[in-house]
Design a protein around this ligand. Structure first.
Ligand SMILES: Cc1ncc(C[n+]2csc(CCOP(=O)(O)OP(=O)(O)O)c2C)c(N)n1
Ligand SMILES: [Mg+2]
Length: 600
């Protein structure tokens, strides 16, 4: 039983000026000053003295099933809201459970603050209890690490961990020896430091404007930076001015409105052929708010589309990624939105070389999009020999046609997270969005088990939007425990689980390279719908195409009544193109006993 007699009128007014307080109070007051209203985690003695103050400070603590889930939730929360996602747990094992999800947040540029209470200062090195070197563990997956080396610095270092997460666009760590929550200190709660990013260097912007003014076939590549800078409208104005097609960078399908006449869809794995073919024709590419990550620009669908002779202008808020992967002509460190606006201002009254063939170019955009749509519409199932064989005579749904039905039934304003797997990857062709902060893919860290907890965090930040997670059955096994969090904490989401009875994405490599020897890639599944029901959620088996759309719509509607639903989609074992054709080689075996395992 909770203690209901306490008066819990949350007070969000931060103490002003220097005051005497405990470090726990300094910590919690600094969270309030930073605007924190939700913290994810699992209860632990190491920080209980501070946790006790969350309710009176107006901070909701959201307990989860696993700290990895809590950390993905903080990531999703941050990606939807643009505000900090905060996670806290017990020192040692609670904190090491953060690791995978912090690495994922690092590559998603999420401002997650990981609060890591540490073993007490008087027992460090003695191997007492729950001790491990917590700073070393997170060193390469955080943008900044604050270690509270003196209790009197609690507020200062807490504030800095929050400020740096936004400044450096990624996770930070706040490491606090557990005994430092106690004591008497005198301090002032720092005001948040928020630094406005500018458009970039004047000279570089002038050069970029000159290149764009002279372009015959300019193409814009809109990336995650356009989303995080709230720059979609600015990007659209620039595209319209130039008459430039806009491709979205890999897994940022929400970086440009899909219904816009200039939108061509995403580049990269299972992306849009229209986007790739149009990019291939560019003489000038404006890469706006994208690091041009290597995986997102690899050849796909047999198209080596990167335009080798094009001039590339790259704009990113992180100077270190400029020219890192692709050769560039102009690099601009700046906010994507401010830079796009600065380019519009420079180009508005100029003669544009691309104006001469504008109509022809727009015609090409229309034609390529139509042709890709036609191809997708006819592409109901995979056509490689293995897929044809495995799906022959099956009454199960083809993954592609199921994904198309989901696309058709997708509610307006939906948020969709996607996991790592074959079907989730294929879904990239069928995920279109009108507004930013709608797609939450496991980015380049690529961990299975990402999508479901991430969507729970998204839903906490945006409770009025339908929240949907796409998850393969293998990845579902890693993450479905968090159904309990949805039920216990009344955070209703919809999980769409693709039950193909296999770790499909990896099996695809065994089909392509290892003679269909399926070591470790087949799955025997229980009833996932039944498990969901026994955990207090709704669970529905969907095995007919005609039921897909109605099931998704009903599940999303049920979110308004606080109901979490698991849709168990029964699909064939066919498999789309592999992830990493670039990274595998036909097997070579020299030893006699392994000769049968060599490529034929
Ligand atoms: C945490 C983690 N473990 C393993 C992998 C390797 N891996 C990548 S995709 C994949 C298979 C995913 O299977 P499933 O979730 O069932 O989706 P499917 O490919 O069948 O659509 C695996 C094991 C990974 N990316 N992340
Ligand atoms: Mg699977």
């Amino acid at each position: 039983m909770g203690n209901e007699s306490l008066p819990l009128q949350p007070n969000r007014t931060v103490v002003s000026g220097r005051a005497r307080m405990t470090p726990s109070e300094a910590f919690v007051e600094t969270l309030v000053a930073q605007g924190v209203t939700e913290v994810f985690g699992i209860v632990g003695s190491a920080y209980m003295d501070a946790l006790d103050l969350f309710p009176p400070a107006g901070i909701r603590f959201i307990p989860t099933v696993h700290e990895q889930g809590a950390t993905h939730m903080a990531d999703g929360y941050a990606r939807v809201s643009g505000r900090h996602g905060v996670v806290i747990a017990q020192n040692g094992p609670g904190v090491t459970n953060f690791v995978t999800a912090i690495a994922a947040a690092y590559w998603a540029h999420s401002p997650v603050v990981a609060v890591t209470p540490e073993t007490g200062t008087m027992s460090v090195g003695l191997g007492g209890f729950q001790e491990t070197e917590q700073l070393a563990i997170f060193q390469k997956i955080t943008k900044y690490q604050a270690h509270v080396n003196n209790a009197a610095r609690m507020a200062e270092l807490t504030a800095r961990a929050f400020d740096r997460a936004l400044l450096d666009m990624g996770p930070t760590q706040l490491n606090i020896p557990r005994d430092f929550f106690y004591g008497d200190i005198e301090c002032e709660i720092p005001q948040p430091v928020r630094i406005e990013r500018g458009a970039g260097g004047e000279k570089a912007l002038d050069e970029a404007a000159d290149l764009l003014a002279g372009a015959r076939f300019p193409v814009i590549l809109s990336g995650g930076g356009v989303i995080s800078s709230d720059g979609v409208a600015a990007c659209a104005r620039l595209a319209e001015l130039l008459g430039a097609p806009v491709a979205s960078s890999y897994l940022h399908n929400d970086s440009f409105p899909a219904s816009h006449a200039l939108a061509c869809g995403p580049l990269g794995y299972q992306g849009s052929k229209a986007a790739m073919k149009l990019l291939a024709e560019a003489d000038v590419v404006l890469a706006l708010g994208t690091r041009l990550g290597p995986f997102g620009t690899l050849p796909q669908h047999g198209l080596d589309y990167w335009p080798k002779n094009a001039k590339v202008i790259q704009i990113d808020a992180d100077a270190h990624v400029l020219g890192l992967v692709k050769k560039i002509s102009v690099g601009i460190v700046g906010d994507a939105r401010a830079a796009a606006e600065a380019l519009v201002a420079r180009l508005a009254r100029r003669t544009l070389a691309g104006a001469a063939n504008r109509d022809a170019r727009l015609g090409r955009v229309r034609a390529e999009k139509e042709s890709w749509e036609k191809e997708l519409a006819a592409w109901a199932q995979e056509k490689d020999a293995w897929s044809l064989e495995i799906a022959k005579g099956s009454s199960l749904m083809h993954p592609r046609e199921m994904l198309r039905e989901l696309e058709r039934a997708m509610p307006a304003d939906a948020m969709v997270s996607t996991d790592i797997g074959n079907i989730c990857s294929v879904s990239n062709s069928y995920l279109r969005f009108e507004r930013p902060r709608s797609m939450f893919a496991a980015m380049s860290f690529g961990n299975c088990g990402y999508a479901f907890p991430t969507m729970i965090g998204c839903k906490v930040a945006a409770p009025d939007r339908p929240g949907i997670a796409y998850v393969g059955d293998g990845a579902w096994g890693m993450s479905f425990g968090e159904i309990l969090t949805c039920v216990r904490e009344n955070i209703p989401v919809t999980a769409v689980v693709f039950n193909n009875g296999q770790w499909g994405a990896e099996k695809k490599n065994q089909v392509d390279y290892y003679g269909n020897r399926f070591v470790g890639s087949n799955l025997q599944n229980p009833s996932f719908a039944g498990i969901a029901r026994s955990m207090g959620a709704e669970g529905i088996v969907v095995d007919k195409l005609a039921d897909v759309g109605p099931a998704l719509r009903a599940a999303c509607a049920a979110q308004k009544d606080g109901k979490t639903t698991v849709l168990e989609m029964m699909v064939t074992r066919e498999l789309g193109d592999p992830f990493r054709r670039d990274a595998l080689k036909p097997p070579v075996r020299h030893l006699e006993k392994y000769k049968p395992f060599a490529a034929k």
